[in-house]
Design a protein around this ligand. Structure first.
Ligand code: DAH
Length: 438
């Protein structure tokens, strides 16, 4: 349902679908102290994929890990960040120059650096901002309304009542402007509670770009004229960027809506026989610029999802692969080079269905369930699909059946080991979601 990049902030179908989930309550049960989930712990230890655990061999990284835990796992009653997710903080895939995400980031940064040389306005490049940001920075600064669905704890990871795991890199727009930068790129990991399939993962990466034009308003005579010039520069810059990545592809601009820009656009390219949405952008809302202390200065902004681009450019079929530390994955890529990924295997899937009655008072939110599955199955879960849903005609009780598809990207799974995981999923569902398993 929700595309990697823009789902939460648009007025369209994604937002409506998310709003549909707002009735269900949120439970706190996913917030576990480290290591309190035995099945997940066993799986993690076995898979050797949790780098932070491995790093903990040295004394200083133990300290770093504790510091990180304290910043994310605050103990606040609003905290809904699962341990398995916070373990991803610090992986910083986008800062690895020979990881597909790092390769794309470097390519885009290189393009904007070159462009800066022609415009004479230096571009500030940031890729190491910590992902815990204030609610003000993530939502209010960007004019996202107080009742917007994206603020719900169903969709967003709260650290406490003032802070979230950033849901987009736009969260840094205001502070960067406030510091006086005229042009900047901010790349980072962003976090959203979402469904489970080959293009959705609760953490992914975005790049934000902003350019403001001091003095342009005065020169252009009217705001209207100025906005036109900004729009032209924005479109030139981004079409150039797309060509730096994809070559001379067919492109089109689509009008859209974002709370933080007006006018707002999406850039699409015709690639592999289909139109592909590449990014969202627009002329910055003046109120955002004004609040950041830059008065009536005009500016543009864009945001793009790195995984979405990388999946297309490198032909990477499953978003979980980005997190793989398997050499058969990592050794395929080298700095500066966009190359086609050759799948090293397709191991057999193993699926398990779970059916249950929903408690009419407690309700049921899919994202809460997905998070339990993620917490237990980790990257062994390929997708979760709703296969059946009905309301009992006599009792009026709702029933759902989900199919959890397990598949490792690195080895064959045994039915026995998946049974253990699925049993743990069922146990946690019964405890945390107040459902009656069938
Ligand atoms: N923050 C948006 C998202 O994550 C992407 C975006 C759209 C960023 C338009 C921008 C922009 O800066 O102008 O969905």
């Amino acid at each position: 349902m929700a595309p990697i990049l823009l789902a939460c902030y648009m007025s369209g179908a994604g937002a409506v679908a998310a709003a549909g989930g707002m009735t269900a309550r949120y439970t706190r049960a996913f917030v576990r102290p480290l290591g309190s989930n035995p099945a997940a712990a066993t799986r993690r230890a076995a898979s050797h994929q949790q780098t932070r655990h491995m790093m903990m061999a040295s004394a200083s990284s133990v300290a770093e890990g504790k510091q990180l835990d304290a910043r994310v796992h605050t103990g606040h009653h609003k905290n809904n960040v699962p341990v398995a997710l916070s373990e991803k903080i610090g992986r910083e895939l986008h800062r690895n120059p020979s990881h597909p995400l790092g390769i794309i980031k470097d390519r885009i940064e290189g393009y904007f650096r070159e462009r800066a040389a022609t415009t004479g306005v230096a571009v500030e490049i940031v890729d190491n901002f910590f992902p815990v940001v204030s609610i003000v920075n993530n939502f209010d600064d960007l004019l996202i309304p107080p009742d917007h669905v994206s603020r719900s704890p169903i969709d967003t990871y709260y650290v406490d009542d003032q802070q979230v795991l950033r849901t987009h890199t736009s969260a840094h727009q205001s502070t960067m402007l406030g510091k006086g930068y005229e042009a900047f790129l901010v790349t980072g990991d962003v976090y959203r509670r979402d469904e489970i399939d080959r293009t959705h993962y609760p953490v992914f990466h975005q790049m934000e770009g902003v350019r403001v034009f001091p003095g342009l308003l005065e020169k252009s005579g009217s705001r209207e004229e100025g906005v036109k010039m900004v729009e032209k520069d924005l479109k030139d810059a981004l079409e150039g960027m797309v060509m730096a990545l994809f070559g001379d592809v067919e492109r089109r601009w689509v009008d859209t809506y974002f709370p933080f820009t007006d006018p707002s656009f999406e850039l699409e390219i015709f690639y592999n026989d289909e139109w592909l949405e590449v990014l969202g952008c627009g002329v910055m809302q003046q109120e955002i610029v004004r609040k950041a202390g830059k008065g009536e200065t005009l500016g543009w902004a864009f945001g793009l999802g790195l995984e979405r681009l990388a999946m297309v450019l490198f032909q990477i079929p499953d978003i979980r692969l980005f997190w793989s530390t398997d050499k058969r994955f990592t050794d395929q890529f080298s700095a500066g080079k966009i190359s086609k990924f050759s799948p090293f295997s397709k191991y057999p899937p193993c699926y398990k269905d779970v059916s249950f009655w929903v408690d009419p008072v407690a309700g049921f939110n899919n994202n809460d369930f997905f998070e339990i599955v993620r917490g237990v199955g980790g990257d062994l879960v390929e997708s979760v699909v709703l296969v059946d849903e009905f309301v009992h005609p006599k009792t009026g009780r709702g029933s759902k059946c989900f199919r959890v598809n397990y598949r490792s990207m690195e080895r064959s799974l045994t039915n026995d080991e998946i049974d253990v995981l699925q049993e743990e999923v069922r146990k946690q569902m019964a405890e945390a979601l107040k459902v009656e398993l069938r």
